[in-house]
Write a protein that binds this ligand. Structure first.
Ligand SMILES: CC(=O)N[C@H]1[C@@H](OP(=O)(O)OP(=O)(O)OC[C@H]2O[C@@H](n3ccc(=O)[nH]c3=O)[C@H](O)[C@@H]2O)O[C@H](CO)[C@@H](O)[C@@H]1O
Ligand SMILES: C=C(OP(=O)(O)O)C(=O)O
Length: 427
């Protein structure tokens, strides 16, 4: 069994560069399906989710050249299948991002139904309702969704019930090839959506308003391949800033390779907790807080506080001088890691989608299980400041979204390593 082992108490120093954003790279890879030919993506993170999306595209007949570790040349000229199979969708829900592009280019898609996951039900009803408004018809059979737009798609007005990231992206990627104008109201505004719209625009799409709640897309008859650099990962950046806030030595920890504007709400909340930041030429530096102040955080769609930073913020609040409250509004089941943090000595009570965290003076190293991607990363952060050794298992979750997490933390001076331990045996 692979684990990450952390020895608490080391001070972190230096600078760490974040990789390209997982949540952008996956959608940009899916979007290459829209433009027959070779699209080159740079700053692609070397993470397992990207490898899964590569397999999804190859399953459809795309060829992928790994030009270097972070550059993929994706040739979608010979794509001849419209299926995202169950084995791959079950590994990674974001595989459903191929639905919009497949409808846009071929007018059909067969996608395994994603089902729930450890964050909650995660339905895709809004994707389907929006695409139906463009004229797509849907059938479900044997666990697969069959989407049909062979008679063409027509631009339409779509109001999303909730600013869903995935629904906004799938709709944009279908609407770029629909006939006429599509207006998406209550669209998600995440920076990764802006990145997607920028690449689609380079491919010849006509999109206005990406990054605002109203996106206007004028369909075009064809798109052409392009070259695009994936935006820096704001969540990876936020994770390392929290590492600095918890464990930096006197010179702080610098994080580079991202746009600090994408973390405005995170920085604001961490400042309210007493953490100080400095802008540097290449990014931001986080200083360690002598005393962490308690906080009230609610996760919300961008520009609100991101759910993907909730677990990391909870580690800070677990060590605050007082009681904090964190409200999770995006996913119904995203507090699973809190019970692991309690095993490390945190004092946390969960009531529905609220977590009440009473700060403790210190955490103690323990064997814990990573329940999901951000929860796993947060447990490693907790290990940096816990007394003794922390062993985090189920680390495949962390590998989904953090490139070289252990290596980057080690380079900052943490005592952290990959290790292999025997699987527990039960009689
Ligand atoms: C690969 C990727 O980009 N993942 C991100 C994306 O996930 P994802 O695109 O799945 O997140 P959404 O914004 O779509 O989901 C938000 C909420 O809406 C619900 N919902 C969504 C669609 C739908 O049709 N019906 C429905 O009920 C979901 O179950 C969830 O409770 O945005 C989330 C919210 O910022 C992030 O935490 C994820 O890291
Ligand atoms: C929830 C996340 O990702 P996904 O939507 O891929 O599960 C995440 O990145 O924290």
């Amino acid at each position: 069994m692979d684990i990450i082992r952390v020895q608490g108490g080391r001070k972190l120093e230096g600078s760490v560069a974040v990789s390209g954003a997982k949540n952008s790279a996956l959608k940009l890879m899916a979007a290459t399906l829209l433009a027959p030919g070779v699209t080159t993506l740079t700053n692609v993170p070397d993470i397992s989710d990207v490898h899964v999306m590569g397999k999804v595209l190859k399953h459809m007949g795309a060829e992928i050249e790994v030009v270097d570790k972070h550059t993929l040349a994706i040739d979608t000229s010979e794509v001849n299948s419209w299926e995202a199979p169950y084995e791959l969708v079950a590994k990674m829900r974001a595989s459903t991002a191929v639905m919009g592009p497949l409808l846009g280019r071929f007018g059909k898609a067969k996608i395994a139904m994603p089902g729930g996951c450890n964050l909650g039900a995660r339905k895709i009803d809004m994707h389907i309702l929006g695409l139906e408004a463009l004229g797509v018809s849907f059938d479900t059979e044997h666990g697969y969704i069959y989407a049909d737009a062979t008679k063409g798609m027509t631009g339409s007005d779509v109001t999303l019930e909730f600013a869903s990231v995935g629904a906004t992206e799938n709709l944009i990627m279908a609407a770029v090839r629909a006939e006429g104008t599509t207006l998406i109201d209550n669209a998600a505004r995440e920076p990764e959506i802006v990145d997607l719209a920028e690449m689609l625009t380079k491919m010849g799409a006509k999109i206005e308003g990406a990054g605002t709640p109203l996106v206007r897309i004028e369909g075009v008859p064809e798109l052409h391949p392009t070259e695009h650099r994936v935006v820096g990962d704001r969540i990876e950046a936020g994770t390392f800033l929290v590492a600095g806030a918890l464990a930096a030595g006197s010179r702080g920890v610098e994080v580079t390779g991202f746009n600090p504007v994408h973390l405005t709400m995170v920085i604001r909340k961490l400042e309210a907790m007493g953490i100080s930041f400095e802008r540097t030429e290449a990014g931001m530096r986080a200083m360690r807080a002598e005393t962490i102040r308690p906080i009230d955080i609610q996760t919300l769609p961008f520009p609100g506080f991101p759910t993907d930073m909730q677990a990391q913020a909870m580690v800070l609040s677990a060590l605050a001088d007082g009681s904090s409250i964190i409200t999770e509004n995006i996913f119904e089941n995203r507090f699973m890691f809190a019970s692991e943090l309690v095993r490390m000595g945190a004092d946390i009570h969960i009531e529905s989608h609220h977590a009440m965290i009473h700060g403790v003076r210190s955490l103690s190293g323990a064997q814990v299980v990573s329940p999901d991607l951000r929860g796993g990363a947060a447990l490693v952060l907790a290990g940096l400041v816990a007394e003794g050794t922390t062993e985090v298992s189920a680390v495949h979750h962390i590998a989904r979204g953090y490139e070289a997490f252990v290596e980057k933390l080690s380079a900052l001076g943490a005592y952290v390593e990959h290790a292999s331990v025997p699987d527990p045996e039960f009689d």
